[in-house]
Design a protein around this ligand. Structure first.
Ligand SMILES: [Cu+2]
Length: 666
């Protein structure tokens, strides 16, 4: 992947259709010669229509507190890629032409928007689902933004990122409302590590970004973006588009492919020296979960171990060993959207070929195991025969990675850290709505993205906010500077990676829940409705679950112990709380929530590095400057595209000093 070290000059990234060499060199297509797979990607500058290399990237290396100005140009076309055939206009989606509920594929100009995943950013730079703009420049979503101080065409957006957050392993990808799964599948993703020259790191830690080596530039951080894909007999992207319910003729609940693609290459190998390497793992798949470990397929010896040094939001305090020969923490588990910063030491393995294997089931965690000869393999490492000198940081040394991170949570006890109090607790649910043929839509807190009920009415306990002529109904309205605990109850059968925009969070703990009993109390709390139950043809009587009704009780007052409008979970909890595993006890923006459990996260609406007793727990920018909020959602992008997402809005702290002003600085 191309690396761009961001400086003061504007970077131009053009989204375009092109051919990338994705298939192995031995691939022979059914027809003609293979000249590449048609994909979409972010290209630096305006390049030829057939650039070599991968569709992924680039890697933008940003420096803390040095703003980066990026001009995103939407030159997307679907002349060769089958993107239009994948669209489903019955979902709540961007709908540039305003055609409403349409049973046909979309034929208009292509909408796209860039979200920096994991970024502590003002709402207008978040690249949320309504900030899209089309390839012909004629249409923009109601949250579209471009820096007013810089000229931009209608198919462009100029974002000036302040990069004020702690050193973080963040990335960028498309976030189109109702079309994220398609645009990411087509290839729109890259990495955006933020480095912090002021952070004291141990000697010899492989730096992030380009370094001049003896034989030219050397990538010291190797991104490994893991994706699964399907291809037709000619090596072109295939995306299943036969829906399982008549309401959504082309949407499928979860895309999982039969081919592994790493950094845009099918089942690649990497030549490595017998020494330490630093890898940034990104799960950029639509819906697949990976459980990763290394093995020598000839000797069957497992290892070497992986040393995780960072999570989604930055460095851990100390490396965590993930050892396939251990009984616990023996695999690196990544759900879609999660990252892991990892050191692997290939010393002593001269001449060996190792395979990174995957045992992640789909659906996760209890579905079908991956086939050992296909999805069960990720990438091959060919360790070169000559011994290599290595003066890099050794994670086995136990030398701390950094000054201790700010702790909202005591990771040993699985409780809030001493001195941290939650201003608010929310209990929220994850729900799957079943249709005649299977899942019809997936919801957070049983609420649609719009906050409206299926009959178009709205709830009195949701707050209507109108910006740019569009009214949205909010239920999560936290205060800047507050710490909240969100207790998220997964009432579905599978795990979901829940992602919060703006904030990095800390996992407090997980705990079992008697879901059958809880579901009984949950259904019993629904008040009945004049809406017609499609299953019975009659209005919903009291005591029956109503899909997409929102929570059964009043969001603010229904549960005296927590916001959210759900019956209190406390009577249904089972077993002890489980603190986070050592490699999850860092800053996270995407957290795995297992079925049948409550997952508690501490969410603080303030920058990561502010101490817990800081009197100025505020962002350097107004988190509400535009009136547009943020979102939280499932990062199985097929779920996110079909309602498993809610807007949220931060009430800014009065009297806060802001160093980045919308309209001037960005
Ligand atoms: Cu989900």
């Amino acid at each position: 992947m191309e690396t761009i070290v961001a400086g003061t000059a504007e970077i131009m990234l053009t989204m375009q259709e092109f051919q990338a060499s994705v298939m192995p060199s031995a691939f022979v297509p059914a027809a003609g010669t293979y000249t590449g797979t048609w994909v979409w990607g972010y290209r630096a500058g305006i390049t030829s229509t057939n650039p070599a290399g991968t569709y992924l990237g680039p890697v933008i290396v940003a420096t803390r507190n040095q703003p980066t100005q990026i001009r995103f140009v939407n030159n997307l076309a679907a002349n060769n890629i089958a993107w239009r055939d994948w669209t489903d206009q019955t979902l709540h989606w961007a709908d540039p032409l305003g055609s409403g509920m349409d049973m046909n594929h979309y034929q208009g100009p292509i909408p796209a928007v860039v979200h920096v995943h994991g970024g502590e950013l003002p709402p207008v730079l978040d690249g949320g689902p309504d900030a899209w703009f089309t390839s012909d420049g004629a249409y923009q979503g109601h949250a579209y933004y471009t820096h007013p101080g810089v000229a931009a065409a209608g198919n462009e957006a100029v974002y000036r990122y302040p990069n004020t957050q702690e050193a973080s392993m963040i990335w960028f990808h498309d976030h189109l409302l109702g079309g994220t799964r398609l645009n990411v599948y087509a290839g729109l993703a890259g990495a955006y590590p933020i480095i912090d020259p002021g952070l004291s790191l141990p000697t010899g830690l492989h730096p992030v970004g380009l370094q001049q080596g003896a034989s030219g530039p050397v990538d010291y951080l190797v991104p490994l973006v893991l994706q699964d894909r399907m291809f037709d007999v000619n090596g072109q992207l295939l995306f299943p588009n036969v829906g399982i319910n008549p309401e959504h003729p082309f949407w499928i609940p979860e895309f999982v492919g039969d081919t592994i693609v790493v950094n845009g290459k099918v089942w690649p190998y990497l030549d490595v020296q017998p020494k330490r390497y630093r890898f940034l793992f990104v799960n950029g798949s639509n819906a697949r979960t990976y459980e990763l470990f290394l093995v020598n397929p000839v000797t069957k010896a497992m290892g070497p171990p992986m040393w995780q040094i960072g999570t989604d939001g930055g460095y851990l305090d100390a490396p965590v060993k993930i050892d396939p020969n251990a009984t616990k923490l023996n695999k690196l588990v990544l759900m879609p959207g999660e990252r892991a910063d990892v050191i692997i030491d290939f010393a002593g393995l001269q001449g060996q070929t190792l395979i990174m294997r995957n045992t992640g089931r789909h659906p996760y965690p209890k579905g079908t195991p991956p086939g050992g000869s296909t999805i069960g393999q990720i990438i091959q490492f060919r360790v070169q025969p000559a011994a290599a000198l290595d003066s890099s940081y050794d994670p086995a040394s136990g030398v701390p990675l950094r000054p201790p991170m700010v702790r909202l949570v005591n990771p040993t006890t699985g409780a809030l850290a001493a001195g941290v109090a939650a201003q608010k607790t929310r209990q929220l649910t994850l729900n799957e709505v079943m249709g005649a043929g299977g899942p019809l839509e997936v919801l957070v807190n049983n609420s649609k993205w719009s906050g409206k009920l299926p009959d178009g009415t709205s709830r009195a306990d949701f707050t209507a906010v109108t910006v740019g002529g569009v009214t949205e109904y909010y239920s999560e309205l936290p205060n800047e500077g507050d710490t909240e605990v969100w207790e998220i109850v997964n009432l579905t059968a599978d795990a979901h990676p829940i992602h919060t925009h703006l904030t990095q969070v800390q996992l407090v703990n997980r705990q079992g829940l008697n879901v059958n009993k809880y579901n009984g109390a949950y259904a019993a709390a629904f008040p009945g409705s004049s809406m017609i139950d499609p299953m019975t043809g009659l209005p919903y009587p009291p005591g029956v679950y109503i899909p997409a009704f929102g929570p059964p009780l009043d969001y603010n007052t229904g549960n005296p112990r927590a916001l959210g409008g759900n019956p209190d979970i406390v009577r249904f909890l089972q077993g002890p709380v489980r603190p986070p595993s050592a490699n999850e006890a860092g800053w996270k923006d995407t957290v795995i929530m297992f079925p049948g459990e409550v997952t508690r996260i501490a969410v603080r609406f303030a920058p990561m590095d502010k101490p817990i007793n800081d009197p100025n727990l505020n962002y350097p920018f107004d988190p509400d400057a535009s009136g547009h909020g943020f979102v939280w959602h499932c990062h199985i992008v097929d779920h996110e595209d079909n309602e498993m997402m809610r807007p949220y809005k931060v009430t800014p702290k009065g009297g806060a000093t802001r160093t980045y002003i919308q309209g001037t600085d960005y």
